[in-house]
Design a protein around this ligand. Structure first.
Ligand SMILES: Nc1ncnc2c1ncn2[C@@H]1O[C@H](COP(=O)(O)OP(=O)(O)OP(=O)(O)O)[C@@H](O)[C@H]1O
Ligand SMILES: [Mg+2]
Length: 311
């Protein structure tokens, strides 16, 4: 059962927050109070981080829109790639925001993830190396992908199309595959969760942050039970943290109290540089490496790289 009854809930908690939290399986919480403060970053040099024994496939999911899925996917991927990891970002959102941020063409007739999922095009035919980022690759999404939610319904193995495509793709000896999910729980996100072993959930440090989380976690459990036993919630990352507001720290505390060590110590602050970088076709890692957002994502990526990869 969930540990929700042992944890003080704030008087302002909405019923949805309670509902979301009540579906959370009890986790160890003792280590969570040692979390680093926002802005407490460490310098890093350009050394290599340990490469995982096998490719880690991470689905970045939250059906709530605008919580930082794409910003997190792109910047964690860029940070990992700058430390000797070979990383593929799969853009699974018809909006194509990750493709834009990685300066990967995704308009017109460009072959994209839609053709991989629906037409069985090999992944190798769509993956592009990200300009000026030697270890970073992108599988772009065009607006065509919007049709995939419907078209996948009638296809064989409709939930496992991405998994199959990735299994057949070994072109560049990848260490990480980061899948940027759309803001829905439809078949595209299901494909990501079936292809992945890890789910990373960005949570925005705002009111209603936990709304809908229960449903996402139930879907993860269902997919684990029926389609992908290896799947686990490995990482929660707190995004858009505004240290000046009490609300942000309350949300952060609440999330830590319930998810324990799953939550990264590093918190991503609000940083205008993070929102500017995509319009220059760059991650913030190259756009403004000294900014608070870049340093935070670098620290978050380091935590991920050094975490145990097996449950
Ligand atoms: N830490 C941050 N500080 C400031 N702005 C941010 C931060 N993280 C994300 N943003 C901005 O907030 C908006 C939403 O972020 P993002 O696109 O990463 O969310 P998303 O969850 O991928 O959205 P969607 O659900 O539409 O795919 C973007 O304009 C982005 O630039
Ligand atoms: Mg997005």
């Amino acid at each position: 059962m969930a540990n929700v009854t042992q944890t003080p809930l704030n008087p302002g908690d909405s019923p949805l927050v309670r509902e979301a939290l009540s579906s959370v399986v009890s986790r160890e919480t003792s280590a969570t109070q040692t979390a680093a403060q926002p802005g407490e970053t460490s310098s890093d040099g350009n050394g290599s981080w340990p490469r995982p024994a096998k490719t880690r496939v991470i689905a970045v999911a939250n059906q709530k829109g605008g919580v930082g899925k794409t910003t997190t996917s792109v910047n964690i991927a860029a940070a990992l790639s700058m430390h000797g990891q070979r990383v593929l970002v799969v853009d699974l959102d018809p909006q194509g925001n990750a493709s834009t941020a990685l300066a990967t063409e995704h308009r017109g007739d460009v072959p994209d993830v839609y053709q991989v999922l629906v037409d069985d095009l090999p992944m190798a035919d769509i993956v592009k190396q990200v300009p000026d980022m030697p270890n970073l690759y992108c599988a772009p999404a065009t607006i065509d992908l919007a049709g995939a939610e419907i078209e996948l319904v009638s296809l064989v193995a409709r939930e496992a199309r991405l998994r199959r495509a990735l299994a057949a793709y070994d072109a560049v000896d990848l260490d990480y595959i980061v899948i940027d999910c759309p803001p829905s729980l439809g078949l595209l996100t299901v494909n990501a969760l079936v292809a992945a072993e890890e789910v990373m959930i960005p949570i925005q440090c705002e009111y209603y942050a936990l709304e809908g989380l229960g449903q996402l976690l139930r879907n993860v459990d269902l997919i684990k039970a029926h389609l992908n036993p290896a799947l686990r919630l490995s990482t929660i990352v707190l995004t858009m943290y505004d240290g000046r507001t009490r609300l942000a720290s309350q949300v952060a505390d609440e999330v830590r109290a319930h998810f324990g060590e799953t939550v990264l110590s590093t918190v991503i602050p609000r940083s205008v540089r993070l929102s500017e970088a995509p319009s220059y076709g760059q991650s913030v890692m190259t756009y403004d490496p000294g900014s608070s957002g870049a340093m935070a994502y670098m620290d978050a990526a380091r935590e991920i790289a050094h975490r145990a990869t097996v449950a």
